[in-house]
Design a protein around this ligand. Structure first.
Ligand SMILES: [Zn+2]
Length: 121
């Protein structure tokens, strides 16, 4: 893994998310209101707050070498935002597992991410 990527990629993700409009009022998100929470392999997780109406949301971006495969937007609860802060550090095995899993996964991203919050062996 290239460590130097970690400083430039979050900004790329922010720029990407800044093109998205708030589902509630249609205002585009501002860079200052976009927070990159973390990533699971190629999946980036960002929390956004609409500068116009204050609606909070989570945006999931599937990015492979700066090519966007998928963007998913949904509302986030406070519990979920706090939950992301408590996520443990990602091990390389987690990334590989997640990558493999996502390739074959056929369901929606939301339930997938909810599942990762509960310990599984
Ligand atoms: Zn809004």
């Amino acid at each position: 893994m290239n460590v130097q990527d970690s400083s430039s990629q979050p900004f790329f993700i922010k720029r990407l998310v800044a093109n998205i409009e708030c589902a509630n009022c249609g205002t585009q998100y501002e860079l200052g209101n976009i927070h990159v929470i973390g990533r699971r392999g190629d999946l980036w997780i960002t929390a956004v707050v609409c500068g116009q109406c204050g609606t909070q949301g989570l945006i999931f971006a599937m990015v492979k070498e700066e090519r966007v495969d998928e963007l998913t937007v949904r509302d986030a609860s406070v519990e979920e935002l706090l939950g992301f802060e408590e996520l443990s550090a990602i091990e390389i095995d987690d990334v590989l597992d997640m990558h493999r899993f996502l390739k074959e996964y056929d369901g929606d991203l939301i339930s997938l991410l909810n599942e990762t919050e509960t310990p599984q062996s």
